[in-house]
Design a protein around this ligand. Structure first.
Ligand code: ATP
Ligand code: MG
Length: 562
């Protein structure tokens, strides 16, 4: 454990594990698992679970398995399996060869079903789905026992075998646990263990099976077969824990993991539900699972988030049992703090305004030295070309402004970052009265620093017009205009899509050193934010950048432009 981790108070799950270590429960072993269903890409909520499970295994010298919970074959596929593996690796975790599928255990799960029947703890039920619902009762009324509940062991065994052999249609029969139809916990009212599913091709087992085990039956058994000690899951499974324990108490298996629930991550202005994310993809609201606006790990990666920033985020939000919704600003400050230290600085002008420096010789250019990082000399420097014609950002010039405006005004002076002080001599406008060009002068004695006694309003960024490279820059805003679109009913969440979540700047001009940028690099464009290199470059071969995050917390609206 690092010193930093020791300093932070342990979350309640780690406290439980500490006690188990002291008491010798599980022989002091710690073994966790991350059990995604391969029916979509992983999202930031899954990252919380991954960091928790793999992080605990790492810190206690234990193991963490990656297990695909693949019992719902019609929604699952190999694309998702591969994407999930990539995402877990990218986040920096290693399952060390322990990659499993719940479907690896289909034979054993079936054998345990036979064991339950033989112990008179399970039966084949012929009620229709509709009838089953009626018999189930309500939260305030006990359920009614199925008329098929007291079939003989022999009949149940032969019916289950016939189900497996494909003799019955979908929905005609299920295998149920025989527990208690009057239990106050609805999950204990003879829950379904197996259902019939014909005509699906399972991505791992093909057409071998036409009966599939339910999650609540499969999960505890998979955990036990893998020797898991602590089965960490989200709060909605709290009411399923008695069933988890019932299954393991009633079959012949040595290991009985402890299920512990924690609250899921909810993030404001986005959704963290695979079902809803699937709709965004299917309806073309976004450009795929890895759209940089998506809260998926693939989307965050493409946007330019680093794995360490996401791990830091998981650490900061902590693990508790109380439901809450985390502000997007928390995630953003994690990447901002990371890139503030690690991202080289570059100059990029998003809305170019041409400036001609009249007293700078025509045809001349020079290479000025610019540090890659203001505080970290080890990041070195690069050369940026300077010439008579440059671009500055349109927002950095006003004909007149009060003293709070620290940029260029008519007749005023401003410092060009890493270069000279310039003075605005005149403004050129088109027929419509729009400013199209500035005429300036420069002071050759001001390279690098201000001569004594010289006051300059501010520093702005710029690029040399002759040398700059055209680039497309994609600016992102929140995907939803409602802080908790997740809580809205069903598909209504689509009504809250922010129509301005993507803003494309087609004609940005960036310094030429960015031509050499590789796809994995991230930069701070001075005064504009942190950017990643998008792949692939657009059709005309231009560079394309994604803004990862602004320089300040624009969400909190702390910065009002003067
Ligand atoms: P979704 O509702 O997005 O489909 P899920 O729980 O069905 O999520 P799984 O693939 O079953 O998705 O999840 C794998 C693991 O990740 C589970 O242990 C689950 O509890 C955990 N998990 C899923 N969503 C979150 C979340 N928002 N916060 C924390 N953990 C999560
Ligand atoms: Mg699930």
């Amino acid at each position: 454990m690092t010193a930093e981790e020791k300093a932070t108070p342990k979350n309640f799950i780690r406290q439980i594990i500490d006690q188990d270590q002291l008491s010798g429960k599980f022989g002091k072993k710690v073994h966790t698992r991350f059990p995604p269903e391969p029916n979509g890409y992983l999202h930031i909520g899954h990252a919380k679970s991954i960091c928790l499970n793999f992080g605990i295994a790492r810190d206690y010298g234990g193991l963490c398995n990656l297990r695909f919970d693949d019992t719902n074959p019609h929604k699952e596929n190999v694309e998702f399996v591969e994407a999930i593996k990539d995402d877990v690796k990218w986040l920096g975790f290693d399952w060390g060869g322990r990659l499993f599928y719940a479907s690896d255990y289909f034979e054993q799960l079936y054998a345990f079903a036979i064991e339950l029947i033989k112990k008179n703890k399970a039966y084949v039920c012929d009620l229709s789905a509709e009838e089953t619902r009626k018999y189930r009762g309500t939260l305030t009324e006990a359920g009614t026992e199925s008329p098929w509940r007291n079939r003989s062991v022999e009949e149940n065994l032969s019916l289950l075998a016939a189900m497996k052999a494909g003799e019955f249609e979908d929905g005609s029969r299920v295998l149920r646990a025989k527990i208690d139809m009057a239990s106050p916990n609805m999950n204990m009212r003879d829950p379904t263990l197996y259902r019939i599913r014909h005509g699906v091709i399972h991505h791992q087992t093909g057409e071998e099976w036409c009966i599939y085990p339910m999650y609540d039956y499969t999960h505890p058994i998979s955990d036990a077969l893998e020797g898991v000690t602590h089965s960490l899951c989200t709060l909605e499974f709290e009411d399923h824990r008695p069933l988890y324990d019932w299954v393991l108490d009633n079959i012949s298996v040595d290991c009985h993991p402890q299920q512990i629930e924690f609250s899921r991550l909810n993030l404001q202005y986005t959704v963290v539900s695979k079902r809803k994310l699937t709709l965004l993809v299917e309806q073309g609201v976004v450009d795929g699972w890895d759209d940089p606006r998506m809260p998926t790990i693939a989307g965050l990666r493409r946007r330019g988030y680093t794995p360490s920033s996401i791990r830091e985020f998981s650490e900061r939000i902590g693990i508790t049992k109380s439901e809450n919704s985390i502000e997007m600003g928390v995630l953003e400050s994690c990447i901002r703090e990371d890139l503030e230290q690690s991202a080289p600085r570059r100059l990029a002008v998003l809305n170019p305004l041409k400036v001609i420096i009249e007293n700078y010789p025509e045809g001349k250019s020079e290479q000025l030295e610019a540090a890659n990082h203001p505080k970290d000399d080890s990041m070195g420097s690069r050369r940026i070309p300077f010439s008579r014609e440059i671009f500055i950002d349109q927002a950095d010039f006003r004909e007149s402004a009060n003293k709070k405006y620290k940029r260029l005004v008519s007749g005023g002076e401003v410092r060009l970052r890493n270069a000279y002080v310039i003075k605005c001599e005149s403004v050129i406008k088109n027929d419509k009265g729009e400013i199209i060009e500035l005429r300036c002068s420069y002071d050759a004695d001001t390279l690098g620093s201000n001569p004594v006694g010289r006051k300059v309003r501010g520093v702005i960024h710029w690029v040399s017009a002759d040398h700059a490279v055209n680039a497309e820059v994609r600016l992102y805003d929140r995907l939803f205009s409602h802080p908790s679109p997740d809580t809205s009913k069903e598909e209504d969440f689509l009504d809250y899509i922010n129509p301005d979540s993507l803003y494309i700047v087609a004609d940005a001009m960036v310094e030429p050193s960015l031509l050499e940028a590789s796809q994995t690099e991230r930069f701070q464009f001075e005064r504009e934010g942190y950017f990643s290199v998008e792949r692939p470059a657009s059709k005309n071969g231009d560079l394309v950048f994604n803004r990862i995050v602004t320089l300040r917390d624009s969400w909190a609206k702390i910065e009002k432009q003067s």
